[in-house]
Design a protein around this ligand. Structure first.
Ligand code: XMP
Length: 250
C-alpha cells in the first residue's frame, strides 16, 4: 500500500460502488467500473470492491476481470466482504477471494479468533495477503456494537469495544483497521493505541459526512472514498479537488 500510495502520491482507496441496477442490465456495471478505473487509476492507491459488484457480476466472472485490471494498473485490490462467520465458512470465503487475486480482505473481529477469524489470518499468511479489521464503522448505529462498553467478568475492568478491537488488531498482526471518518475522535483514540504499526483506513468521506482533512489529521493513513468519486460528474476533477489534502508524502 505504502509503495503504491507513494508512487501515485495518493491516500485514496476507491470504493468501486454503484447504485442498484436492474439485474438484466448488470453488464453495464462492469463497463461503468472499467471506465472509472481507466480514468482515475493514476490518482488512487487501491480499489475496494464489495457486494455492489460481487452480487451482480459474480466473483469468477466480472470481478476477476476487474481485479486483473486493477493489478495491471499497478494498484492493490481489497475485498470488503466484512467476513463475519464461523471459521470453516470464513476459510472458504478467504480462499475464494484470495484465489480471485484480492490482496486483502476486510473482516469483522466480533466473531473472535478461535473458530472465527483464525483461518482467515492463516490463509492470508500462507498466501502473503492482508487482513483488515473493522474497528469502528462509519454509520450512526456503530455505537450500538463497536461503541459498547464491555466488562471483563474476571477482573471487572471496563473497556470500549473498539479499544478492545484495536488491541486485537495489534495482537493478531492485522494489516489495517477500518475506522469511520465520521468519528474522528475514535480515529485519534485508536491511532494512539496502534501508533504507526497498523494503518487506519477511513471510509465515510463526503456522502456520509466525514471530512478528509479531519480524518487524516486525526491519524487515518488511507481514505476509502466511494460515491463522492463514482457518482461525480467528473471523477478526476473531484479527486483533484481533494488532492492537496489526500496527497501521500513521507
Ligand atoms: P461511500 O460512498 O460512503 O462508500 O464513500 C464507502 C464505502 O466503504 C464502505 N464502508 C465501510 N466499510 N467499514 C467498512 O469496512 C465501515 O465503517 C464502512 N463504512 C462504509 C461501504 O460499504 C462503501 O463501500
Amino acid at each position: 500500500m505504502e509503495e503504491t500510495a507513494k508512487k501515485n502520491e495518493s491516500r485514496i482507496v476507491l470504493a468501486l460502488d454503484f447504485p442498484f441496477q436492474n439485474p438484466e442490465k448488470r453488464g453495464d456495471l462492469l463497463i461503468k467500473a472499467q471506465n472509472i478505473l481507466e480514468i482515475v487509476h493514476p490518482y488512487i492507491c487501491a480499489v475496494k470492491i464489495n457486494h455492489h459488484l460481487v452480487l451482480p457480476l459474480g466473483v469468477f466472472d466480472g470481478v476477476l476481470h476487474l481485479v486483473n485490471r486493477i493489478h495491471d494498473k499497478g494498484l492493490l485490490a481489497i475485498m470488503d466482504c466484512k467476513a463475519n462467520d464461523i471459521g470453516s465458512t470464513n476459510q472458504v470465503i478467504a480462499e475464494y477471494y484470495f484465489a480471485v487475486g484480492f490482496d486483502a480482505l476486510i473482516a469483522n473481529p466480533f466473531v473472535g479468533w478461535e473458530e472465527g477469524l483464525e483461518p482467515i489470518f492463516g490463509a492470508a499468511q500462507r498466501l502473503n495477503r492482508g487482513v483488515i479489521l473493522l474497528t469502528y464503522m462509519s454509520h450512526k448505529g456503530a455505537k450500538e456494537g463497536y461503541g459498547q462498553t464491555i466488562c471483563d467478568v474476571r477482573t471487572g475492568v471496563k473497556t470500549a469495544q473498539y479499544v478492545s478491537f484495536a488491541k486485537k488488531a495489534l495482537r493478531w498482526n492485522a494489516d489495517g483497521v477500518v475506522v469511520g471518518a465520521t468519528h474522528p475522535e475514535k480515529i485519534r483514540e485508536i491511532h494512539d493505541i496502534l501508533k504507526d504499526k497498523v494503518p487506519i483506513y477511513s471510509p465515510g468521506i463526503g456522502a456520509q459526512g466525514g471530512v478528509a482533512e479531519v480524518a487524516l489529521e486525526a491519524g487515518a493513513r488511507y481514505l476509502i472514498v466511494g460515491r463522492e468519486i463514482t457518482l461525480a460528474e467528473n471523477p478526476v476533477a473531484k479527486i483533484e479537488e481533494m488532492k492537496s489534502v489526500t496527497r501521500y508524502a513521507d
